[in-house]
Design a protein. Sequence first.
Length: 359
Amino acid sequence: MLRVGLLTSGGDCQALNATMRGIVKTLYRQSDEPVEVYGFEDGYQGLIYERYRMMDNRDFSGLLTRGGTVLGTSRTPFKLLDTPEADGVNKVQAMKDTYRKLKLDCLFMLGGNGSTKTANRLSQEGLNVIALPKTIDNDTFGTDMTFGFTSSVEVATRCIDEIHTTASSHGRVFVIEIMGHKVGWIPLYAGVAGGADVILIPEIPYDIENVIRVIEDRDKAGARFTIIVVAEGAISKEEAALSKKEYKKLVAARTTPSIAYDIAAEIDKRTGREIRIAVPGHTQRGGTPDAQDRIFATQCGAEAALACLKGKFGVMIAQVNGKMCRVPLADVAGKLKYVDPKSDLVKEAKALGISFGDE
């Protein structure tokens, strides 16, 4: 009997169900022995508190196109992993106990950076763990792509597309805030796909004067509107010069809802232009996975199942240079994949005339 556990941890995304489907369908077809699947509810919390349900092939039928996660998810911060729960439960020990009580042969963990750090910790504690790279932010180190990313880009791009018509009709400057707290993959891709005039991301600190110049130049050229895509973690050159402690203090003192409002207020003060703000927010996590996400999620699920059947644990399934592979969890856990300011896409976007606020 092959006994495996599944859990989805951290923020939700569109292709979690598709990935679990890929795992289970492959195990059922390729395993030489019967398979028992235990689905843990609400991420690591289900593993800690033995909240699980037995699942079979029927539970994964129809999941390819279904967004979210049928298991539920939650955040169990890695930095608090060794801090007992409110009821005194030792999280790491409880997870190990549940794993061993159920006599699991493998735990499949679908999650992002923080969740992967926890998966690596459990691997170091002796559990057979395989991680799968889930995050809309595409910031998991060691893989070209994460599932959830392309679907999120699709949602963000549609938002920008729809803003274009109202912006042009009224001759307004629109500031559109796109998810991306520490990295700017979604705003970069969606901004290019949506024809933004300015894209501000965390990896390229901006000068507001350069942003104003774009608006004024477009006015002189007869353009009625300007589309500014702003990552939620966008940072000015002045802010980038601060220490981490000083910057955190600055953010904590912010009285506006987010950076998009600060930028909009500054543009309004300097130009007098009519400014509007759009924040698609969590719609970027929702809905049906796009075709690319369905394909990649299926690949990840199948590769994870095959790794399990071959006894290859302590790894994360990844795509590197277009090829599916396994990378050691210890090599990727705790690392972020940032946008390279000198990457081809940034260079090409600048060649088109898109400003990143840095020049």
